[in-house]
Design a protein around this ligand. Structure first.
Ligand code: ATP
Ligand code: MG
Length: 217
């Protein structure tokens, strides 16, 4: 059976890192990260990119309709709507979850995993986070690049996300914890909700992998 997985986690909870590891273990899985899609739009100075830039800098969520449309387009473009896929960073609100459900029809989400990481761990991690324009993420402590401040694959310079400053991080965390309960209830009512936890992605990954496998078999 195809795996249609949503990763739900605070900023810096390891969604990107865990996605990369899951894709290595499950090669036919395709991932969509709305944060990465928006950053690509910003890079290309598209109209959506200009809008996204303003919202992201403020630590605010973009409109639900816009995000749902963007994910729908991406699923169609990659022809994976009836295949296995992983969504990182979407849906984040119940309204987005409903929009997604409507668009997926018979291919509804069959696993939602909440990544439960202590907030103080998260704040420390984000301060140490550097990234490459491809979306590859490094952590100066846990997962440093081979050459300081350079991407392992391309050798290009790494940068810190403009929304990873302490004030914006606080706002993003607040929004996340506000939205968590309602979206959790929504997916619990659909019988697909699960939760994994720990202070590092090494601890979380095996739990997540086990859940993902259980849907595929
Ligand atoms: P992380 O920092 O671990 O990547 P995050 O969830 O804070 O987690 P992104 O997913 O990269 O960060 O998203 C960055 C920003 O893009 C968000 O703060 C928000 O402004 C916007 N965004 C991304 N996904 C959505 C979404 N589903 N709905 C609304 N806004 C979104
Ligand atoms: Mg991310």
């Amino acid at each position: 059976m195809p795996l249609r997985l949503v990763l739900l986690g605070a900023p810096g909870s390891g969604k990107g890192t865990l996605t990369t590891r899951l894709l290595k273990q499950i090669p036919h899985l395709t991932s969509i990260s709305t944060g990465d899609l928006l950053r690509a739009e910003i890079q290309n100075s598209t109209p959506i990119g200009r809008l996204a830039d303003a919202y992201i800098k403020e630590g605010k969520l973009l409109p639900d309709e816009l995000m749902a449309g963007m994910v729908e387009t991406e699923l169609a473009k990659r022809k994976i709507i009836d295949k296995s896929f992983l969504l990182d960073g979407f849906p984040r609100t119940t309204s987005q979850a409903l929009e997604l459900e409507r668009r997926l029809q018979d291919n509804s989400i069959n696993l939602v995993v909440e990544l439960d990481v202590p907030p103080d761990v998260i704040v420390g991690r984000i301060a140490n986070r550097w990234m490459h324009s491809s979306g590859r993420v490094y952590n100066l402590e846990y997962n440093p690049p081979k050459v300081p401040f350079k991407d392992d694959v391309t050798g290009e310079p790494l940068f810190q996300r403009p929304d990873d400053n302490p004030e914006t991080v606080r706002k993003r965390l607040k929004t996340y914890y506000e939205q968590l309960e309602p979206i959790k209830r929504f997916y619990q009512s659909r019988g697909v909700y699960d939760k994994v936890g720990g202070e590092t992605s090494d601890i979380i990954f095996p739990q997540l992998y086990r859940l993902a496998r259980s849907r595929l078999d």
